[in-house]
Design a protein around this ligand. Sequence first.
Ligand SMILES: [Zn+2]
Ligand SMILES: [Zn+2]
Length: 409
Amino acid sequence: MTDIIIEHQCPQCGAPAILKETDRLFSCEFCRVNSYLLQDGFFRYMLPNAAPETKDLVFFPYWRFKGMLFSCVDSGIDYKFIDISHQAVNSRYFPSSLGLRSQALKLNFVSPKTNGYFLRPTFSFKEVMGIFQNRFNTSLPGPVFQQSHVGDTVSLIYSPFYKEEKMFDAVLNKAITAEPPDDFETASLPGGRPNWHTQFIPTLCPDCGWDLKGRSDALVLNCKNCGSVWGPTKSGFKQLKFSVMQTNEKNVIYLPFWRIKADVNGITLNSYADLVRIANLPKAIQKDWEDKEFQFWSTAFKVRPQVFIRLGRSITLSQPMEKMLRKLPDARIHPVTLPLKEAVESLIINLASFMKPREDLFPLLHDITIMPKSFLLIYIPFVEHHHEFIQPKLNLTLNKNQLNLASNL
Ligand SMILES: [Zn+2]
Ligand SMILES: [Zn+2]
């Protein structure tokens, strides 16, 4: 898997810079200023063009998704890692996808200063995902009871074209193969000038003014000075509630998890007793378990699909009640790289991963809805061993390679 590469300029000094699509924290090599990328919704990029300057460019949009697709089938949960693009405007004249272009070329952010006519998407991302899933599902055995896509990169990528006697692909300056009729006018399709821009905001702690630090792909920034934790919103940083599981162990790394309280409809899952019943755990239900509230857990960092499911299931089944404090530890903390929104998308798969017996319960998945109500970011200490990180109390292990490899997922 390769990341999209974006060319841009430092908002402070104008020096040229290169970003990966997962980068959020940008540190300028020249002026040393740190800034954080904010975008309302999803990022919008465009492919570079080689068109003569006199041409009026038309930008054709493609939805792009990179992430995991989970499917619940008879034999269990099937997963697939996908990296797709698809027309966001239905047209038989333009290529149906970007092919490998978005990986082979350096992209740019679309800004209000960009010249050209930007076609407005007529397909929503959801519709495009539906088309793709239908195509993919024919390769799956038997019925698909539920599907969920979990990733962090939904973006809109624009490809430039211009019209002479023929329609030209402005990336290559070559006429496109599916030639539109002479009276085809792109300007008759809905669209206009771009009015979105990517904001770069200073990475200063809103509470104490300290410079917030983090890995370039961190989705949450921690203030080492005042001990606060910040998540980006479209208008700036917002303080996040968090807790830290306590430990006496040495040589630990703290891994982030999302704990999510949700209303589950279509099946009864409110208490720990309900969980024991649904997961068919070999435990005699005790009376007070009926009052012990059930909560979902998901990793807040990217890992491979099978590890993502395994960790989410194990920790959700154990419903940890260890002692926690709202104080950042003086130890290594792994960055949050999986957004809360994506963790929420994955809850139905988390539920499916522990339902038993599957034959009886999978057919119910279609009618189950999970509405998140509240969440908490929780840091859990893992002890570093030679090849793996181990959480002894919760009996969790994570191969070190799996964590390292995941940084380019
Ligand atoms: Zn700079
Ligand atoms: Zn601070």
